[in-house]
Design a protein around this ligand. Structure first.
Ligand code: SF4
Ligand code: SF4
Ligand code: SF4
Length: 352
């Protein structure tokens, strides 16, 4: 498709027809702040932080939802734009409870960062109390409506990223809120607790229950790893404080999951610290298990295989590799059965 040109902060730049102003700016290294914009989802234009000035237009336009047009003359950081953003930030801070001292997301909150970078040191508007009570009745997610800025990123992530369609925008005006189903609790709705909405929330309105008060962003080290639960191999960030995992999030720019996780990958990490977890091999003797070394356990298994094969032939043994193991481990397992045990009785549980 033929490229077009426009003027961006005084420079002539090329763009592909169909791109939004925000996409053109990003493609040319120009930063425009956003709150509601969620990569890969339909732009809602809800927050008005990304407004820019287009010469000849009467009002500022939301760059995330306005298509770029050839010949446009755009200014992304004029005084008028900055004043508008400051006003929006003030209005958001005046709505509900934005006492950052007690907020789990302090230090990792886009609204807090914006307030700081735009020098918002006074709020000229009276505080609007939030009419909806905090929801704390499920094991995974706390919904604090007093910190919600109604950006709808959670809705986008539920509807368009995970395609669960459990939540949507409900009510109007001062009573507007994000609702699950027909305004039910998360645990009584279609929510499957994938936690994608929590990852998408740019403020402290959706909080992981287990990680609360366990360590803010500045307190944790992020360690990248692969989810241990299934063969998809989703990429995780482990948020680790003092050697303990306090939270898990998806790696946004990592294949195959691009930030998405299911309930097990995101919330199912407690087993690591369970006292009931087997930490050594167990050998059953006379109906009772006893602890054994890896050497003893592996020798026992190898000898049993040898005995069976010697007595009944190679096809008397079979193996099923587990979808939770790595591709490399599954490869080695089929090699063991084919090359060492001399049988093709080898399968993988994900094939069925
Ligand atoms: S949501 Fe952000 S701005 Fe609001 S209290 Fe929490 S850290 Fe502060
Ligand atoms: S946890 Fe998942 S299913 Fe539930 S509302 Fe959030 S994104 Fe939707
Ligand atoms: S809960 Fe978070 S993501 Fe959802 S609308 Fe409120 S602030 Fe935005």
């Amino acid at each position: 498709m033929a490229m077009k040109t426009l003027t961006l902060n005084g420079s002539t730049v090329e763009f592909e027809p169909g791109q939004t102003i925000l996409e053109v700016a990003r493609a040319h290294g120009v930063h425009i702040p956003t709150l509601c914009y969620l990569d890969g989802c339909t732009a809602t234009g809800a927050c008005r932080i990304c407004v820019v000035e287009v010469k000849g237009a009467r009002s500022l336009v939301a760059s995330c939802s306005t298509p770029a047009e050839g010949g446009m003359d755009i200014c992304t950081d004029s005084e008028r734009v900055r004043q508008s953003r400051r006003l929006t930030i003030e209005l958001l801070l005046a709505s509900g409870n934005h006492n950052c001292i007690t907020c789990e997301m302090s230090g990792d909150c886009t609204l807090q960062d914006l307030a700081y970078s735009y020098g918002v040191d006074t709020i000229r508007f009276p505080n609007t109390p939030q009419p909806h009570a905090k929801e704390d009745m499920n094991p995974f997610i706390i919904r604090d409506f007093s910190r919600c800025i109604l950006c709808s990123r959670c809705v986008q992530s539920c509807q368009e990223v995970q395609v669960n369609r459990a939540i949507s925008n409900g009510y109007r005006g001062p009573t507007a809120k994000i609702i699950a189903g027909c305004d039910q609790r998360y645990d009584q709705s279609d929510c499957v607790f994938c936690g994608q909405c929590v990852q998408a929330c740019p403020v402290g309105a959706l909080i992981e229950k287990k990680g609360r008060f366990q360590g803010r962003a500045k307190d944790v080290d992020k360690v990248r790893t692969t989810c241990p639960y299934c063969g998809v191999g989703c990429q995780l960030w482990l948020h680790v404080k003092d050697g303990r995992i306090v939270k898990v999030t998806g790696v946004e720019d990592g294949a195959p999951n691009k930030g998405r996780l299911c309930v097990k990958g995101r919330f199912g990490y407690d087993f690591i610290y369970s006292d009931e977890r087997n930490k050594t091999p167990l050998i059953k003797e006379n109906g009772e298990f006893r602890e054994a070394s890896w050497e003893e356990a592996l020798d026992l298994v190898a000898n049993k295989f040898r005995e069976i094969i010697e007595k009944h032939g190679s096809d008397a043994v079979a193996g099923v590799s587990c979808a939770r193991s790595l591709n490399e481990d599954s490869y080695q397992m089929q090699k063991l059965f084919r090359a060492v045990f001399k049988t093709n009785n080898i399968d993988h549980c994900a094939r069925t």
